[in-house]
Ligand binder design. Structure first.
Ligand code: ADP
Ligand code: MG
Length: 691
């Protein structure tokens, strides 16, 4: 059946069928378009065809000839077999051998003409003449117009069991050939010209089956050929059009202008025990400007752990309140909600506002508070938002575009401020956060002490007890963080509960508390309060304290099984200390043999303290795939582009996308492009749907 459109299912294509369609689906290929963007992960240059008389040992070559003889040799009662054929091209003969594949005998016939491609060896048995072991073969028939497994630059795809490389390659070739006539150029000519991009059909064809002329094998294998560049550009460009579309559609809505005589905000600033840093003042004025403006604010506030984002958020919330609106602060965990509630009510003790904590256990009907602090429960439960004006989302990296949109719908275009303490590398910021305006707090409050970080192994544990003793005796407090709560049958994994017992035995003179995610929240809160007020010296915990917890007197962070934590998690945890006057320490305790990536993370922790550099490092170690395409984030997956390798393409694509939207805001003049945006974003960019 001929292909009608790129969205056709691959199942009905020649050589596919239901069985193979299932296997292709495992590879993420359901439509014809999917297959066009399922690029090879490597290429092999098999284009050199040699006369048999000119073969040289250990080279990969293609030869062309006729089968002169063939033979299946059974050895030792058929337990072992060799299938052998001899190929001649008039200049010499070469043998091809396949071990234990007796069925090969049925494939070949004497006199057939074919290509072989393989590595040339000296014939082991005779010690003279050449042979190839399990070469690729391809028959030369009258109607074959092209060879795809030999005599060319040959693509290799990631396969799945049940679908061999050769079969997949054959399918890909057929799909490409059948769809070539319906791959229509959708990119405006001026963009193609300005950026010296090859045309779409050429790029697609060559990214799979490169013409030998002009396609360097290295540039193909590194994903930097002109064909890859075109396809990566498309993907990033379409991604940016989506991001910009979301951004523009929000800024076009009518939002709230928060204007009134400042009262609560100035009261708070006057009552603070510290002066705002220059950086805090700068972001505060960005935020206040947005709030006073009539369009809805849609801003990302970045700042390293401990840079003082909370007070900025509180000032924004007070501004909303003094203008007669409600503000909410949404955070990812209950413990963080409680901690924020505790800190914020302290901060606001002399200011007349009504603050409320909302978690999954909150009963309804508490009037209409000015400030609500809570978890997801804020979006899910029937909390009354009669005057919702400002939404602040803390620790943004836990929420995606979906949740942002949900909260926005809770009010009539409320202002949205998202905050993150996981600094975002520039390339990610341009993609995953491209729909937001950006502000950054780039300094820490004065008097912060850098945290001295050490990786130690289990055998050096005594050092750790010494450190804890010394620091607690001189008035400090200690966090000990474990990756899991209970033994999961794995001896190597020390649980927080067992760890707590062991610590109590080792250090009976100290007061030790335990918190973990499975505790009743009331009990957990009690322990946290005791740690806050200094009644507990050492707090053993699981990662529940990862984000946001703020106890300035705590100065030692011990992370047990540090090799099991991600880099940004380690940085977050370390950010719990170094907040007070006391010198602070972070000890990364590791067990057993550590994987190479874990080693890289630990080394980065020892040498880097700046959150932005940590984030860049994290992106390099993990690769960008981790950040995209998770169902909950709502972002499309990138199939061709790699934002690290293609960061320069990303910059250009972003500029071109925004220039195009200035000329043609609804993409009315580029329907092909608009449908590409809708298909990549699965219709999530409402902006273009309205056309
Ligand atoms: P984060 O940015 O990680 O959320 P917080 O808002 O929790 O950081 O602030 C960390 C600590 O720094 C808090 O104890 C807060 O009171 C304090 N702090 C915030 N701003 C300043 C400042 N300008 N000067 C001194 N301390 C500050
Ligand atoms: Mg915070």
């Amino acid at each position: 059946m001929p292909i009608g459109s790129l969205s056709d299912s691959v199942q009905y294509l020649k050589g596919v069928g239901p069985q193979r369609a299932k296997l292709l689906k495992k590879l993420g290929i359901t439509s014809v378009e999917d297959s066009l963007y399922y690029l090879p992960y490597r290429y092999e240059d098999r284009s050199s065809i040699k006369n048999i008389s000119r073969l040289a040992v250990n080279q990969r070559v293609s030869v062309r000839g006729r089968i002169a003889s063939l033979e299946l040799i059974n050895v030792r009662n058929r337990k072992f077999s060799i299938f052998e054929l001899t190929l001649t091209d008039g200049t010499g003969i070469v043998k091809a051998k396949w071990f234990n594949q007796p069925f090969m005998k049925k494939i070949f016939k004497r006199g057939q003409e074919l290509f072989l491609n393989g590595i040339v060896k000296i014939n082991k048995y005779h010690g003279v003449g050449y042979e190839m072991e399990s070469p690729e073969y391809e028959f030369i028939t009258d109607n074959a117009d092209s060879f795809i497994h030999t005599t060319r630059i040959v693509p290799f795809y990631r396969t799945t069991s049940g679908l061999g490389q050769k079969t997949l390659r054959t399918i890909m070739y057929a799909v490409l050939h059948e769809s070539l006539s319906i791959i229509h150029e959708f990119m405006p000519d001026d963009i193609l010209e300005r950026n010296a991009l090859v045309r779409l059909d050429k790029a697609v064809m060559n990214a799979h089956f490169p013409e030998t002329e002009g396609a360097g094998i290295e540039s193909l294998n590194s994903g930097r050929s002109e064909f890859h560049r075109r396809l990566a550009f498309d993907e990033l460009f379409i991604f940016q059009l989506g991001v910009a579309g979301i951004k523009r559609s929000i800024s076009e809505r009518r939002g709230i202008s928060f204007v009134s005589r400042p009262s609560l905000t100035t009261n708070l600033i006057d009552s603070l025990p510290f002066k705002l840093t220059a950086s805090q003042q700068k972001v505060m004025s960005d935020i206040f400007n947005d709030m006073e403006d009539s369009g809805p604010m849609n801003r990302l506030l970045q700042g390293d752990v401990g840079s003082g984002k909370t007070v900025v958020a509180v000032l924004a919330m007070l501004k909303a309140v003094e203008c007669g609106y409600q503000a909410v602060l949404m955070v990812p965990t209950e413990i963080l909600a409680q901690q924020h509630y505790f800190n914020i009510t302290c901060l606001l003790k002399d200011i007349n506002v009504n603050c409320m904590l909302v978690t999954s256990r909150t009963k309804e009907g508490n009037g209409s508070p000015d400030i609500l602090i809570g978890t997801h429960a804020l979006i899910q439960e029937g909390v009354a938002f009669d005057r919702l004006g400002l939404v602040v989302i803390d620790e943004q990296h836990r929420f995606g575009v979906r949740q942002r949109a949900l909260l926005r719908k809770k009010g009539r275009n409320p202002d949205v401020l998202v905050m993150t303490a996981t600094p975002i590398p520039r390339t990610l910021a341009m993609t995953l956060y491209g729909d937001l305006d950006h502000s950054r707090i780039n300094e820490l409050p004065p008097g912060r002490t850098p945290v001295e970080t050490h990786v130690i192994t289990e055998s050096e544990k005594q050092k750790l007890y010494d450190l804890i003793k010394r620091e607690v005796m001189s008035g400090g407090q200690v966090y000990v963080v474990y990756p899991l709560i209970e033994e999961d049958g794995n001896d190597a994994l020390h649980s927080a509960e067992l760890g707590c017992k062991a610590l109590k035995q080792q250090l009976p003179e100290f007061r030790i508390g335990l918190v973990h995610g499975k505790m009743k929240p009331e009990n957990r809160q009690e322990v946290m309060d005791d740690f806050n007020s200094g009644k507990i010296d050492i707090l053993v915990s699981t990662t529940v304290i990862e984000v946001g917890v703020d106890v300035p007197n705590a100065n030692v962070m011990i992370i047990v099984h540090a090799e099991r934590f991600g880099l940004s998690q380690l940085h977050q945890l370390r950010g719990r200390v170094g907040r007070g006057k006391r010198k602070s320490f972070c000890v990364l305790l590791v067990y057993g043999n550590i994987a190479e990536v874990a080693e890289k993370r630990l080394m980065a922790m020892e040498k880097i303290s700046d959150g932005f550099r940590i984030a860049e490092e994290d992106l390099m170690i993990r690769g960008p795939g981790d950040f995209f395409g998770t169902a909950q984030s709502g972002f499309p997956e990138l199939r061709v582009a790699d934002i690290i390798r293609d960061s320069h393409i990303l910059e250009i694509a972003k500029k071109e996308a925004s220039a195009l939207l200035d000329r043609d805001p609804l993409l009315e003049k580029c329907p092909g492009l608009r449908s590409r945006v809708n298909s990549m974003w699965k219709g999530r960019v409402e902006f273009y749907k309205t056309v």
